[in-house]
Design a protein around this ligand. Structure first.
Ligand SMILES: [Zn+2]
Ligand SMILES: [Zn+2]
Ligand SMILES: [Zn+2]
Length: 271
């Protein structure tokens, strides 16, 4: 599998809109890995994981072929992960589109999309996902787990398996509850690769809704402790808010000695 990290920021991006903080000033001046678009991923060349307000720029910057996309798997409906307006351009009269694409997500995801477009007109296929579901998405098998995030909807984390390799996407979430740890353990797939969020980074200790640096490490340790990850698993942290002052060099200084890689926009990981 090949995972391209299309964005590594939380909702406000980095530099954040109009923001005068030191992190955003540094990012504006120096560019490079400290410039972060909203969080999303491309899996191989056919699957988006999330589809936020930066999707068009991401497609152009990373040479993605729109026509190869077969599906979008949504973690949740928040605006940094889902921008339904950017799906309208599939419609007749805007683009020549002959193939359907599958859309996976919770009720809130589908409701948000339906508020602005019609699935049939946009050649989208609705796939409802609930926590605990194990479903097929093309040749992939996917386990959905309930993220500790927005209690008013059902944000999801995913274990995605393709060609015998398994990937965990764990953003946006706080530290999981016992039910989730049991679920992923009983699922029995060994993770080759795991993305664990670190939204609040160095801002303050946080384990609910999002995670700070300490809990990102504890989350990794727990995956190893319960036996779904081991020394062969690659760990990467992603989804950073400028409010946590996470310059790439500071994040790397903290995480790399701990065996966790720090994502940046355009990072490609093959495993
Ligand atoms: Zn987010
Ligand atoms: Zn800022
Ligand atoms: Zn969110």
């Amino acid at each position: 599998m090949k995972l391209t990290v299309l964005g590594t920021a939380a909702a406000e991006a980095q530099p954040a809109f109009f923001c005068e903080c030191d992190t955003c000033r540094y990012a504006r001046e120096h560019g490079g890995k400290d410039v972060r678009k909203r969080c999303a991923y491309l899996l191989d060349d056919d699957t988006f994981i999330d589809y936020g307000p930066d999707i068009n720029a991401q497609v152009m910057m990373y040479g993605i072929d729109w026509t190869k996309i077969d599906r979008i798997i949504f973690t949740h409906a928040h605006s940094d992960h889902l921008d339904p307006i950017e799906l309208i351009w599939r419609n007749n009269g805007f683009s020549k589109v002959t193939k359907n694409i599958d859309v996976y997500g919770d009720t809130a995801v589908h409701e948000k999309i339906k508020n602005v477009l019609n699935y049939e007109n946009s050649k989208l296929i609705e796939n409802q996902v609930r926590p605990g579901d194990i479903f097929k998405a093309g040749d992939m098998e996917v386990l959905a787990l309930r993220a500790d995030h927005d209690p008013n909807s059902t944000p999801l984390n995913y274990v995605i398996t393709r060609n015998g390799k398994s990937l965990l996407i764990a953003n946006d979430t706080g530290f999981w509850n016992d039910e989730n740890w049991a679920l992923i353990k009983n699922y029995g797939k060994k993770l080759d690769f795991a993305v664990i969020e670190c939204t609040t980074a160095f801002l303050r200790d946080q384990s609910q809704g999002h995670m700070s640096n300490k809990y990102t490490i504890l989350f990794r340790d727990k995956l190893i402790e319960i036996g779904v990850a081991d020394k062969n698993t690659r760990f990467i942290t992603n989804h950073f808010s400028h409010n946590g002052a996470p310059l790439q060099k500071d994040l790397e200084a903290f995480f790399v000695p701990q065996g966790i890689e720090v994502a940046y926009d355009g990072m490609v990981i093959e495993f």
